[in-house]
Ligand binder design. Sequence first.
Ligand code: BES
Ligand code: ZN
Length: 611
Amino acid sequence: MRLSPTDPSSYSNAHELIIHHVDLDWKVNFEKCTISGKAALHFKTLKDDVEEIFLDSSELKIISITVKTSAGEIPLSWDIGAHVENIGSKLTVYLPSKTSGELVVVVEYETDPKASALQWLTAEQTCGKKHPYLFSQCQAIHARSVLPCQDSPAVKFTYNATIHHPSNVIGLMSAVKKASKPKVSYFEQKIPIPSYLLAIVVGALVEKTIGPISSVWAEKEQIEEAAEEFSQTADFISKAEEICGPYVWGRYDLLVMPPSFPFGGMENPCLTFVTPTLLAGDKSLATVVAHEIAHSWTGNLVTNRNFEHFWLNEGFTVFVEQKIVGRLFGSAVRDFHALHGLSELTDCIKTQLSATPELTKLVVDLSECSPDDAFSTVPYIKGSTFLRYLEDLFDGPAKFEPFFRSYLNKFKYQSVLTSDFRTALYEWFRADPANEVLLERIDWDQWLFGQGLPPVIPNYDRSLLDACKKHATLWADNELDSIKSSSILTEKLTSIQTIEFLAQLLDKKKIKDLTSEKIELLGQTYDLHATRNSELRFRFVRLYIRARMMDKMDEILSFLNSNFRMKFVRPIYKELAGWQEAKPIAVANYNKVKDQMMSMCAYGVSKDLDI
Ligand code: BES
Ligand code: ZN
């Protein structure tokens, strides 16, 4: 079912009227685990005589709804529909008379303690153990559990917020802080944003400056480590500006989240959220920050109009991320990142999406599927591969980047569909008649709606990949003694190469003599036993599972419980579910820790475990 003409995942009648500004006045209540207060929604009608407003909501307790008029606030009647899983409920607000022009609707309400976008941590669950902690994760369609709104990326609004919170914690939002007193903080976001970019955190946070417009925020135990790990932030921003144009958001701060943060990073404007699993000690995972910085243009300025066109956010962002990597570390490293992405995509199509091949299309149909259920690396990797294909087709960055900037400039502050991108591409390249034959070569249907791997694999520089392949073949095809004496081992791998090598090894149908002795040696050879690199640990743990090493179960569970980042825990639970003796242990562990997970992670794992 398509809930509205503009967005299959939103009830809003955004074709009739749209929210363009929101004023929030919130009280953060750690005893009750609620946010309560008021949201003043400023609407602009797009047609005459609007009679009803349809809003998205999820488990909100609505106290009152009024409309502001010159004679004061007038109460409105409203009606809330049944709760639909993964979607929430339709909130209908009845206007007193047919309305045109501007109107301000004020909703007084309270969130549910189980609001899907909010994670409430007790003091004991934090590093410092002294103060409770709250954070939000609204993407894709969880903002509706925090405020009644048109929860569709087709709609963009500016916002101001007043946040009341206990005096011993700090509040931050996806906005610029205007002022703060001990118990109240004031924020302003002057650039229109989609609802999924609304974000809040409240906790015992400290700040350290890491660049001209950047600080890193974390609990004090992690602040020094975080400042060091993310010291390249300013360089990433300046490369991104070369590629995309001026940075318009004022500040770019980073916030190191608690380990239950379900993603690697989230591009909340002015304040990117990142998982603590990026703290590898050697900056080897910092490219996630380059990715979130790139979203400041692709996603946050030019936004997918609904999540069927999610590749316009993520594919474009990976493309820019890899350009940043290329400018800082060279084109061989850029291409290696692209190839590594392709091997992740291959794995994802084979495992995660084996039962739902229609989700391997670049543009998906979300009329029967929630964005959370459709989430995969397909929009990221197939999308960025498509852009690289186009860049190569039009003779490389010198010709393609000016177009890319013009696309961003043309659609900034707006929301787009794939057809907008296509039209802009034709308009730009048609200026030179010689491009006509190139434009005709693009098989749009295959790229956008074909299933499986990308129809064309660009001609990448494979030099850094070859070493990974050699190492993987060595370990898969040989016995211990010949491995020990192999000259291949003298060629050292970087951490991302080691990640790729392990991915290749895990992808092998058969690994010869996969004994604990062999895994032990492998761990020593690549320094995996003590590594702080979570991507390495993730794959090493999967080797234990592959080898059915019951004696390593404690180590497996300890990794599973050290963070609740979905990218790591979901595949591991899924693999444990396929190992008969381990499944009950995995289920018991899940039941023990699920209350510490964010709802979207617990939901995903329950599906992976078939419960
Ligand atoms: N915007 C995404 C995270 C997201 C996507 C949250 C969809 C909710 C729904 C973010 O920019 C992202 O892509 N994060 C990646 C890291 C990136 C380097 C690929 C992640 O979390 O792993
Ligand atoms: Zn992203």
